[in-house]
Design a protein around this ligand. Structure first.
Ligand code: SF4
Length: 406
């Protein structure tokens, strides 16, 4: 058996819908499957965007219901039961398989709070999951469904004494009281922005009001966070490419979300057409666009790069090219190669192939001795093939830029 086959087998075994429900639990497989599938585009981590490998049910597969992975506030990776509470929804979001106009005889399913809490505990007790990711269509109305979702988590926490991780979606338009209750029970809450602006959202979901239904609810979470502990904070996600928006529009919204709304993470999901939806004939967005957006997000959040510097990675139409943005920024930033023996920390982390960790290791090593060759840097975790052209050691530079720029 090849390593890939072994990994696929292990992944399949780790999914409860592949091995059946825990004994003693009555679960309607069609319901679990439909409500699990309904969360396909609800992201709880950037790794959960991994799509199915052709012919193999892969780890992190989000095409079927069951398991996905996320990271807790402390950075620990946890496996989650990811599901909708109901797939009923009166909204008409043009890309969504749960939208009202897309149902065409499709069966509507809903859990009850007691049923969903029991399934979650059953899966937890049999070591299939470590937590719950609960999203939903709007159902009869947002406050009725939000109440049921909160009741599910309340039962988990109080009746079943469940201490596992819970990521709870806030439905657009939910009341402030529901937002507060959700925050008191969950580790993380999120409300999907879907688009970077009001006009772009109107192209995707004409029935949603960007300011009232979404931003106002994000503000509730931000303001209540001063009084209610929310260990893993607030996150959001945007669909990429469905509303013809540019990457720069998405990045400007991302800045607002981190700086004004105090969000922990912004996730991206490249648009992919779903049969039966209003956008079923729209072209699929290339996955690399999502990846490049995560890279600029990383430069902003982790490298703490100045926004003006990051702007240089976008072309004049506001799009990122399918190239590492750090490389594009570095070619603008550096006039000539730098000596790692005398470079500042800020210069070092701007070199492609050097991250904050390896920059700190370089600074530590320099206290004891000089860096004499590229091999010294490789031993510290520097990717010398990428860093070489930007570095000069003992008067000698690494390889030239044109060898790897593509
Ligand atoms: S609100 Fe829109 S995106 Fe959410 S479930 Fe309803 S139709 Fe889908």
């Amino acid at each position: 058996m090849t390593t890939l086959e072994k990994m696929a087998r292990l992944a399949a075994l780790s999914r409860f819908d592949s091995v059946g429900p825990p004994s003693g639990l009555e679960i309607d497989p069609a319901k679990v499957d439909a409500l699990g599938r309904g969360t396909k585009y609800d992201l709880c981590s950037s790794t959960s965007t991994k799509r199915k490998v052709e012919g193999i049910d892969g780890l992190g597969d989000v095409l079927r219901g069951g398991l996905c992975h996320s990271f807790t506030g402390s950075g620990r990776c946890v496996s989650l039961f990811k599901t909708l509470y109901t797939n009923a929804c009166p909204h008409e979001c043009r890309y969504c398989s749960n939208a009202q106009g897309c149902k065409k005889g499709a069966k509507i399913f809903s859990y009850s709070p007691g049923e969903l809490a029991k399934i979650t505990v059953g899966l937890y007790r049999t070591n299939r999951i470590e937590g719950l990711f609960l999203s939903s269509g709007i159902g009869r109305d947002e406050n009725d469904t939000m109440e049921n979702m909160i009741e599910t988590v309340r039962l988990l926490r109080r009746a079943h004494r469940f201490r596992g991780y819970v990521h709870l979606k806030i439905l657009p338009g939910s009341s402030k009281e529901h937002v507060r209750e959700a925050m008191e029970l969950a580790d993380r809450v999120s409300i999907n922005l879907e688009a970077p602006s009001k006009s772009r959202l109107t192209e995707l979901c004409p029935s949603k009001d960007y300011e009232r239904d979404i931003l106002a609810r994000q503000r509730y979470v931000r303001d209540l966070s001063k009084k209610v502990a929310l260990p893993a904070g607030q996150t959001t996600q945007m669909v990429v490419g469905a509303a013809e928006e540019s990457d720069r529009e998405i990045f400007d919204r991302l800045l607002f979300e981190y700086e004004v709304m105090n969000l922990k993470r912004v996730y991206f999901s490249a648009f992919s057409p779903v049969a039966g939806t209003a956008f079923e004939d729209k072209e699929e967005e290339p996955r690399w666009r999502e990846h490049r957006l995560y890279q600029v997000d990383w430069l902003y959040r982790v490298y703490e790069m100045d926004r003006k510097e990051i702007f240089t990675a976008f072309d004049e139409d506001g799009f990122l090219q399918n190239k590492d943005p750090k490389m594009t920024i570095a070619t603008e930033f550096f006039d000539s190669p730098i000596d790692p023996n005398s470079a500042t920390f800020n210069e070092l982390i701007r070199v492609p192939g050097i991250g904050p960790k390896s920059a700190r290791r370089i600074a530590l090593l320099r206290r004891d001795r000089k860096i004499e060759r590229m091999r010294d840097l490789a031993a510290l975790g520097v990717v010398t093939r990428r860093a070489g052209p930007f570095l000069k050691i003992g008067g000698k530079s690494g390889t030239t830029l044109d060898r790897w720029i593509d």
